[in-house]
Structure formats: C-alpha cells, structure tokens
Design a protein around this ligand. Sequence first.
Ligand code: SAH
Length: 446
Amino acid sequence: MGGGAVATRKARLLLRAGATLTVVSPEISRELQAMLGEHNGVWQRGRYQESDLHSAHLVVAATPDTSVNEQVYNDATRQSKLVNVVDAPHLCTFIFPSIVDRDPLLIAISSSGTSPVLTRILRRKIEAMVPAAYGRLASFAGRFRQLVKDKIPSEGPRRLFWEQTLEGTIAEQVLAGREEEAERQLHARLGDTEALHSGEVYLVGAGPGDPDLLTFKAARLLQSADVVLYDRLVSAAIVDMARRDAERIYVGKRRADHSVPQTEINQLLVDLAQQGKRVVRLKGGDPFVFGRGGEEIELLAKHRIPFQVVPGITAANGAACYAGIPLTHRDHAQSVRFVAGYLKNDTVEHDWTSFQSTTETLVFYMGLLGLPVICAQLQAHGRSPDTPVALVERGTTLEQKVLVGTLANMEEKVAQAQPAAPTLIIIGDVVRLHESLSWFGQAATE
Ligand code: SAH
C-alpha cells in the first residue's frame, strides 16, 4: 500500500528478494512504475480496500496516511497475514532488517526498531569486515556440499573438513579468484580417505587456574572440540568455554586415587580420535611440565593420529607472578629449578647434594606431603635453616593464599594452616620479595 518514496524503497528490496509485487495506490512514483514493468508487477490504481489483501502473503503499509496504515495493520492481522507498517515497530509482525549482501551469503542486522542509525553503523563495520569475495566462497562451498556429504557421511569429521577447507588454503584460492586450483585441492583432500576419517587430538595447557591465563589458541581449540577430557586441576570456568554441545569427560586424578588410570586415558584418546572426533585433552598448567603429556601423545603417534600440543602457563609461573615472587632476580637468583616433590617409599628421591646453590630458586610441584622431607634434606645438605620458603595454595585463583616461613619452621606452619590442594612450594631468597611485591595484599598472606 502506497506509491511514494518509502514504498519504492521497500519495493526494491522485495523485488530483489524475488517477490511478486502488487502495489495499491492512487498514484505511484515513476521509478516504482518502471520496476513493476520490469518484474511483471501489478499496479492496482485506487484507494486501499480490505479485499486487496486476500491474495497477499506479505503486506507492507507505506502510505502517508497513518489511519490508512493502521487500518491495513488491523485487516492484515485479522486475516493472519504478515504485516509491516513502515516506521511503526508496534504495528509490525515482521521487519526489514538492515542487510549486508554477499549473495548467496546474507547478514541481517536489526535493532528491533529501536535505532536504525545504530544498525547502519554496525552494518558499515560488518561490510568492512566481511570481504566481498565471501559470497564466492559460499557459492563454492554450496557446489560441493552434496559431494562432501556423500564422501564423509558422519557429521563430526565433515564439520572438521569444512572448517579446515573454509579457513585454509583452499579458501584462500577461492578468495583470490583461482577456483580451478581450489577445486583441484578439494578433490585431492577428499581422495585422502585415511586423513578424512581420523579425528585429531589437542593436548592443551589450561594454565594454573585463572581462566584469563588461557592462550588464544587454547580458547580457539576448546571452541572447536567435539569432546573435552579434563581433570581436577582445570577450573570449571575453563571447561565451560567448550562448545555447548561438546561432550565433557572427567578423568580426574587425586593423589593415590587415580579415578581413570593413565593407560586408560591414553587409550581413550586414541579411541575417540579413531571415531573421527576432535578431542581436546585439557591439562592443568603446561602439558609438558609434570603433566605426563609425553605419554599421552606417544600412543597417538604410534597410531598415526594427528595431534598438537599447546603450551600453557605452568603453576610455577602463574603462582610466582600472582604471589609477587620473581623466580629469578639479578641480586638473588640466577637460575630456577622445577622439581617433583612427591613421596615415593615415604621419601622424596633426589640427589640432594645438587641443591646447594643459594642463588638457585627451587619450585617443588606436588610437594605438600613431602614438605617435611624436603625441608630436612635441604638443611642436611647445607642450606641454611633461615632459607625462606613460600607455599602458594590454589595459585592465581580468587582463593589464592600464600604462607611464608623458613626451612626450619615451615613444617609446623603448614600443620597449623592446613592448606588445600593444589599447592606449590617456592624456596630461595626471592621469597623475601613477596612482602613488598605482592599485590594480593596482606589479607591473602598469613
Ligand atoms: N602440568 C601442571 C602440573 C601438574 S602436577 C603445570 O604445569 O602446572 C600437579 C601439581 O601442580 C600440584 O600438585 C601443584 O603442586 C601444582 N599446581 C598446579 N596448579 C596449581 C595452582 N593453581 N596452585 C598451586 N600449585 C599448583
């Protein structure tokens, strides 16, 4: 309804979308008349009547007369027709969103009638962000959709195939206008059946606790995974970053109570990948620092399953930074050593004579139970009883606590404080800096 400038604008959009158009109006613009002629549209000359709506699917009221527009709205809703009254969001059962047209790719933006200017600004940004050639990429993908579906019937591997295709070199070829080369590469990839049906495993370091310490790569892979295996050290906030429909498998370990034995985890990774799944194995901290990451990929390599290892911030780095304890320092420590502190046969097995240097910072992982042995051995092998010791509990999380003492009195302090796992022990002169450099403040420090 209507034949002026507004009606002409809407008509142009509708015709471009393939609509068959009837315009009801006593007069219409010359442009509209021409458009109708070109697209076999009809101009029904005259004033609006309810019966005009009978053959319509979609109704647009664009007359200058608000009472007519309102009448159109009432009639159309009574007849259960979709209706849009221009510039009256409350009289619309459908809207014309602002669009970015990369045919066949179409991006629609709407502010639900609140701010057309905002949608236009947003549209400009998206226009700039989405290359014009993306339409070509969409057509290219469309051409091979069925073929790929036939070749890769299961959904997981097929999604992986398309993600790699649309973000990889094949897409680059299409965007550069070399479709023949792109097609050749696509057929080559589809021919490599073994690669197509195998999944992939990513061994991902999740950092020491604070989700913000995840790497970009870890976050991206987490978003793409079909299955996520995680253990006790990985915080819930990080597991939550996985795709909503991704399967989550807890394979947590506790001291002496291994919920899922390591060999089973290794095998599980192989099995899932062989089902064509994309598996993220999340490990606390860094996968290659006391993480048994090496064992997990050994079996993958043996089965020729593609894998990647993504480094993470290890507990020593995270806890030391958040506790204000520099691991090295020009004046106090020229080296740092990461040491396993767990008990084996009731003792911590090391060549203790090699820990004598006063300019080396020692970081013990898994050392809470072994702490009395560690402190005693270091003193027995020449370290001064005054050597400062820090125990960082749940480092980098909001619950982080730092307990400071010396080799001589740490056992007693820990017995009193009863810290909760996981805890990290840092030993050396750098611990003295904690008081002045800690931004966690006194409250967190006992
Ligand atoms: N791959 C991990 C270490 C796994 S071993 C990493 O790179 O950090 C498990 C030990 O790490 C725990 O016993 C504890 O000593 C230490 N740890 C892990 N996260 C910690 C945290 N948030 N705070 C203190 N210690 C932590």
